[in-house]
Design a protein around this ligand. Structure first.
Ligand code: ADP
Ligand code: TRP
Length: 322
């Protein structure tokens, strides 16, 4: 199968990005033809500070590689290095109704959070459809928040087919894993950089430990059983527990009591280091070699452009441009 997904370089990579998306990327590359990119054009809808933007792009590219995206197996590239994406996005725009975009939750949510309601933000799902359709992806692994954007992608592709009478696109399926569809943040809401409730994957250990120790919990005493519903600490422990024995330990600790929240948080921090220790070391190493990261992105862009070329020919032909 052909798999594609992307993450915006709009903030520091966090645990929600990993379990909700990037871990699936790493697994999928074992047996599929994969395309993973940095959605830098999308990020311009929220980051408009060039030096910071450049830094975020390097951070994300380094993070992708450190977490296990393997350029020998996957095509890793930067969206803006594939200019055909913006061209395709325009053709798609002309067959996308305003109403379809007006129904998108993410636009409304972002505007409610104070993001400028620009045309770019409004048209965001069309550019995302272009990302997906341009390499004829079958499967798109994402977190639950992106589900609607996948529906839009299918609608837009179908609308193009209906308008031009030619089936040039593959209609993609989302891949959303139930148990990590919404990874909670330290305050119990969905972990998201816009809520300031994230646990970062990279960066100094001390503030990360502090964030984990600061996860909001109730006042159940040490010896009592603990509630699991809407309990961010419980969900994070379950998500992080590295093996069935540890998962069973978490269940027992909550069901039987006797383990305080403080000790549970310490265990969560141990899991965190087990999960990310090797990637964190690799990240520091790669940070010292930005030229290598750049080389990988450029090579990825060459492959992505070659892959996109025949589809773009078909699309131009379908609309009557050539
Ligand atoms: P944020 O919400 O922090 O802005 P992004 O929108 O950049 O994160 O998300 C990048 C990828 O990570 C997407 O596939 C998204 O669905 C996934 N993701 C982000 N936060 C979470 C979360 N809390 N739980 C599950 N998946 C998430
Ligand atoms: N909108 C996605 C997010 O915020 C990022 C993204 C852009 C994407 N284009 C994509 C994800 C194509 C999957 C496929 O997380």
């Amino acid at each position: 199968m052909r798999v594609l997904s992307g993450v915006q370089p709009s903030g520091t990579l966090h645990v929600g990005n990993y379990f909700g998306a990037i871990r699936q990327f790493v697994r999928l590359q074992e047996e599929n033809e994969c395309f993973f990119f940095l959605a830098d054009l999308h990020a311009l809808t929220t980051v408009q500070d060039p030096p910071r933007f450049r830094e975020l792009i390097t951070d994300l590219a380094t993070g992708y590689l450190a977490l296990g995206l393997d350029p020998a197996r996957s095509v890793v590239y930067r969206q803006s290095d594939l200019p055909e994406v913006t061209e395709l996005s325009w053709y798609l725009s002309t067959v996308t109704s305003m109403g379809l975009l007006q129904r998108c939750h993410s636009f409304k949510d972002k505007v409610a959070q104070g993001v400028v309601p620009s045309h770019g933000l409004f048209a965001y799902p069309v550019l995302m459809a272009a990302d997906i359709l341009i390499v004829k992806s079958d499967l798109v692994p994402v977190g639950k928040d992106q589900k609607q954007h996948l529906e839009v992608t299918r609608d837009v592709a179908a609308s193009f087919h209906a308008t031009y009478g030619e089936e040039v696109f593959v209609l993609p399926e989302p891949m959303i894993l139930d148990d990590v569809a919404v990874v909670p943040g330290v305050d119990g809401r969905k972990m998201s950089k816009s809520y300031g409730n994230t646990i970062e994957i990279f960066g100094p250990e001390k503030p990360i430990r502090k964030k984990i120790m600061g996860i909001v919990t109730d006042s159940t005493p040490v010896e009592a059983p603990k509630p699991t519903e809407d309990n961010a600490l419980y969900h994070l422990l379950k998500i992080f527990a590295p093996n069935p024995e540890e998962k069973a330990w978490v269940e027992t600790a909550f069901a039987e009591g006797g383990v305080g929240y403080g000790d549970m948080k310490k265990r969560l921090f141990d899991y965190y280091l087990q999960t990310f220790g090797a990637s964190r070391a690799r990240y520091d190493e790669l940070r010292g070699d930005p030229a290598e990261v750049e080389r990988i992105l450029r090579a990825g862009a060459d492959t992505a452009r070659e892959t996109a070329a025949p589809l773009m020919d078909e699309v131009r032909k379908a609309v009557g441009i050539h």
